[in-house]
Design a protein around this ligand. Sequence first.
Ligand SMILES: [Zn+2]
Ligand SMILES: [Zn+2]
Length: 230
Amino acid sequence: MIVQKWLEILSHYNLFTVIVFFLIENLLLMLLAIGIGKIIDREATKIKKSDIKWVISTLLCNMLVTLIGYKLYQYQIIKIDFSTSFFAIVLDTLLLILLMDFFMFCFHYLAHKLTWFHPIHQLHHTHIDTNVYSLFVLNPIETLGFGTIWLIIISIVEFNFISIILYLILNLSYGIIGHLNNDIFPNFWNTNVVTKWISTTQFHSNHHKNESHNFGFYFTIWDKIFKTII
Ligand SMILES: [Zn+2]
Ligand SMILES: [Zn+2]
């Protein structure tokens, strides 16, 4: 397995090299997101000078979460299934998406309801009209909070490595999609019996405009259950 081999190769390098490697990896992912944002939303994708420090701190926090995840894997606290069973991949991917979506929904809901947490989350809500940079305008406490949920879940459950990769692609994609200025979803999406359960650009955009609704990320299901959907 190429991923397993990469992790093995990485273990031969010192901590500084590993940190630089994860920093470059997260920087490339951030640049990819910004590039996609610029392609779809050319006009709207502009960064405010006051946000630059938050984008950099989010990059550093993402690097730290990746590093902690790597160390937990080395200490075998995080275990990864490197099989290529189709059934395991499908099941693990669905389970990982559902678990993450539910706990992120709870975390986001608390970010609005807890008096000490609300001011921290308000930094993200300084963006009422969003663009892809909004995804990275987060207080470090919040970024590390989301990262902790991720690390706890993959420490408790052993997921397939392809499912982990698919989830990370989906997570970045939905981070971009949710903060675009232009809605990229077709009109039928919100009324179709299947697609109406999957959130859209409009869904998260509505949250930025009305903070008491739409706390979910990938699915609309939790907001429907807890009656917080617009
Ligand atoms: Zn947002
Ligand atoms: Zn919010």
